[in-house]
Design a protein. Structure first.
Length: 124
């Protein structure tokens, strides 16, 4: 069996994405999915979570897809409160908790995402 090598994203690309997504309503930005876990392959998309003040708890996640430098970017806009509520619903916790534990924070203006990730790490 051969070991698979993960593909990393250039820090410059991540910095550009943060600069493009960051505005007065943005509170935090995180890398999610296979790139955050260090398991990305040539077929992986880039999952970006953009937390926003102009989104209310429970509001449907906004999805935007873009191609950049040969990569499919999947950008999800949501509210910190939505993830916190999802984490404590038994039917959703199985998805929310592991995901939050694996985020790579790219921007966290008020420390709310780091606090939420700590809640996910402490979740039992």
């Amino acid at each position: 069996m051969t070991a698979r090598t993960s593909i990393a994203l250039p820090d410059e690309l991540l910095a550009q994405l943060v600069a493009e997504l960051d505005d007065e309503q943005t509170t935090a930005i995180a890398l999610d999915g296979s790139y955050a876990r260090g398991e990305a392959s040539e077929y992986s998309d880039v999952d970006i979570i953009c937390y926003r003040d102009d989104m209310r708890e429970g509001e449907a996640v906004r999805h935007v897809f873009r191609y950049r430098d040969g990569l499919l970017l999947s950008i999800h806009g949501t509210a910190i409160a939505t993830d916190r509520v999802g984490m404590y619903k038994p039917e959703q916790a199985i998805w929310w908790v592991p995901g939050l534990r694996n985020y790579r924070i790219l921007l966290d203006k008020r420390g709310e995402l780091a606090a939420l990730m700590q809640e996910a790490h402490n979740f039992r």
